[in-house]
Design a protein around this ligand. Structure first.
Ligand SMILES: Nc1ncnc2c1ncn2[C@@H]1O[C@H](COP(=O)(O)OP(=O)(O)OP(=O)(O)O)[C@@H](O)[C@H]1O
Length: 633
């Protein structure tokens, strides 16, 4: 160890957004993974094409400190070994890290995955019984990891009575369903185990799942699965069939391999093995690297999350179902000219239904597992929400490969397209801006406090605020939203990674994965300051110097010159008292301590009543990510 794989994907440039995303994930993911009970975290940051997706998983039997150290080291090593490669994977004994600009792993029919195998070249004596024992133990351990462990982790051992004893381990990323975990393990076991016949140790490593067996103990804690030794008599096992490319070169010690930052290019769909030159040089056991193209099986298709969603809420889904043919006709077969925009999960098209009704059709990218998760969320959540300031979902379509979400058409599209456009934002006078701020506050209050559900949006920002023909705002983009307990006052913690948009994430969410209605309040505060100033709160380094709107507004607030931060486009055409009140409320929302931020019902009241006295805000927490330059890290 370590075994790094550079994916030979696109390169990114130093100081690019992708680099900033990678730095951010390197600073947060090890903490999120080690703090989660599953020792697992994922993160999606930024937007396509600069979006970075990362997954980190520690072996189920290591402690949080070892997990944190391993993943921290993993980022360091990959940034050295695969510097500027957008996609890379690294395996250590205690952890695995993978990042890429492409989220398509197991869920993608056509994805090529770094499928890595290593084995111990020593050969056993009673081969037929040994091979039978290994196969039984490995499969039992895989079964246990998939179906009996929510962490998708299991260890196993053979009982006394046959020498050598065998020890095994199987693990999947805990975001896989039980069935998909089993499918994944089955795939790597069936691909590799034949090649390990007679060998005293072997393992296959994949991003979504891994298994290993050895004749010496190698994991901590008692084995979760035990199997009886094979009987001494009985039908002889079939003759071993060792794949020629996988035969050990010599009886070598325990399986270890090195990859030294080599670049592996994509290979043909047939499994191709390449013995690493470094193996011989380092006098280590044989080690093979496979890139292979997988076809999703019928069984995997059945376990695709979308289908279980449909089964869960059939009545609601049925009533909203629309024909793909109608939506195709409505959008001119998803013609480019009807494209309204593109989000992280697919493009959005304007459509006109046969009755003349205008709709916006979100077409989720095919094969994106994130897209399916988003769809699940949207179905379960948005369909139940009804508020003037929340976008309405009017239909859905799940036909063959199409996954379409149909919304009411919101004429002026998203706020970011106006507020950050030098010309268009001149159209937004103070009356409009005030109306937008109030509308967002009311929509958020509804989500947090008044709907049947208690919803934390988690990705509130101007690209998720749509403006109707009257410039009334509607909150959209519920793909990352979460329902939290109605009485939940405290914060929930993401176990599967921080997702959201830079510059709007509350520090406790970005750094520790804690989200709550108060992390939405933070995003609201940032959005309000952007609406008033017409400036983006850039979390990306600007020539090595942080360009932070919160900091700028705070400096002016303290100096008593905060009116200078108001968008010059408005040319002084605003009542100063109203503007100051809005900035004051926004500063209360971006305070570092979540408990000090007001609830949205208070925000609505504070915005509406000039008789209410407001508390003095404390300095916003501008978290370190903004303050350090990448060179210092
Ligand atoms: N209901 C709608 N009516 C009109 N335009 C819309 C509607 N929904 C989305 N759009 C337009 O399409 C763009 C893409 O929307 P989408 O919700 O997919 O992306 P996003 O919010 O920018 O990103 P993400 O989904 O990654 O959060 C929006 O920025 C907006 O301009």
């Amino acid at each position: 160890y370590p075994w790094p794989f550079c994916h030979d994907s696109d390169n990114f440039k130093a100081n690019s957004s992708y680099q900033a995303h990678l730095d951010f994930v390197a600073a947060t993911l090890p903490m999120n993974a080690s703090a989660s009970p599953d020792l697992f975290a994922t993160a999606v940051v930024g937007t396509v094409p600069e979006q970075l997706w990362a997954v980190g998983l520690c072996r189920g039997d290591v402690n949080a400190t070892a997990c944190f150290n391993c993943l921290t080291q993993a980022f360091r090593d990959l940034q050295n070994d695969c510097s500027y490669d957008k996609g890379a994977t690294i395996y250590y004994d205690p952890c695995m890290l993978h990042y890429s600009d492409n989220q398509q792993l197991l869920a993608d029919d056509e994805s090529d995955l770094p499928y890595f195998i290593s084995y111990n070249g020593n050969v056993t004596s009673d081969q037929a019984r040994f091979n039978g024992l290994v196969a039984e133990l490995v499969n039992a351990t895989a079964e246990h990891a998939a179906y009996n462990s929510t962490r998708r982790f299991a260890t196993g051992e053979s009982r006394a009575g046959f020498e050598p004893k065998v020890y095994s381990l199987a693990q999947c990323t805990p975001d896989l369903t039980a069935a998909r975990c089993r499918t994944c393990l089955e795939a790597i076991i069936s691909q590799s185990l034949d090649g390990f016949q007679n060998l005293v140790g072997g393992r296959a490593l994949w991003i979504n799942c891994t298994y290993r067996y050895e004749t010496a103990p190698f994991f901590d804690g008692p084995a979760m699965v035990q199997i009886a030794p094979p009987p001494s008599s009985g039908a002889p096992a079939p003759a071993p069939t060792v794949a020629p490319s996988m035969q050990p070169t010599s009886g070598t010690p325990a399986a270890v391999a090195g990859g030294g930052g080599r670049k592996y290019s994509r290979l043909p769909s047939v499994v191709v093995a390449a013995v690493l030159a470094a193996v011989t040089a380092l006098n280590l056991a044989a080690c093979l690297c496979f890139w292979r193209r997988r076809r999703r099986t019928a069984e995997e298709k059945q376990t695709y999350p979308m289908y279980s969603t449909v089964a869960e809420d059939t009545d609601m889904v049925d009533s909203m179902m629309m024909d793909a043919s109608i939506l195709r006709a409505a959008t001119g077969d998803f013609d480019e000219s009807n494209k309204l925009g593109e989000g992280g999960f697919g493009a959005v098209y304007k459509g006109v239904l046969p009755d003349g009704g205008e709709v916006a059709v979100k077409r989720l990218s095919q094969g994106s597992s994130r897209g399916v998760e988003e769809l699940k969320n949207e179905l379960a959540l948005v369909a139940k929400l009804r508020h003037k300031n929340v976008v309405t979902l009017v239909g859905i379509c799940l036909e063959q490969q199409e996954r379409l979400l149909v919304y009411e058409f919101v004429a002026n599209r998203s706020l970011n397209l106006i507020i950050f456009d030098a010309e268009k934002r001149e159209r937004l006078d103070w009356r409009h801006r005030h109306q937008i701020i109030n509308g967002i506050a009311r929509g958020l209050q509804y989500l947090h406090e008044d709907s049947q559900l208690k919803v934390v949006h988690r990705d509130l920002n101007p690209s998720n605020i749509l403006l109707d023909a009257n410039m009334d705002p509607k909150i959209s983009g519920f793909g990352l939203a979460r329902i939290v307990g109605r009485d939940q006052q405290t914060q929930a913690v993401v176990s599967q990674g921080v997702v959201g948009t830079y510059g709007y994430m509350a520090p406790e969410y970005a750094l520790r994965g804690n989200y709550s209605v108060k992390s939405d309040a933070f995003s609201f505060g940032v959005t309000v300051l952007e609406i008033i100033s017409g400036r983006k709160n850039s979390a990306i380094y600007n020539g090595g110097k942080p360009d932070d709107l919160l900091d700028t507004v705070w400096q002016h607030w303290e100096a008593g010159t905060v009116v200078e931060t108001v968008d010059p486009c408005m040319d002084g055409g605003f009542p100063e008292g109203d503007v100051l009140r809005c900035i004051h409320v926004a500063l209360l929302c971006v305070q570092g301590d979540p408990a000090a931020r007001p609830a949205m019902s208070s925000v609505v009241m504070m915005l509406g009543g000039d008789t209410i006295t407001l508390q003095a805000p404390s300095k916003p927490m501008i978290f370190e990510y903004y303050q350090e330059s990448p060179e210092n890290e």
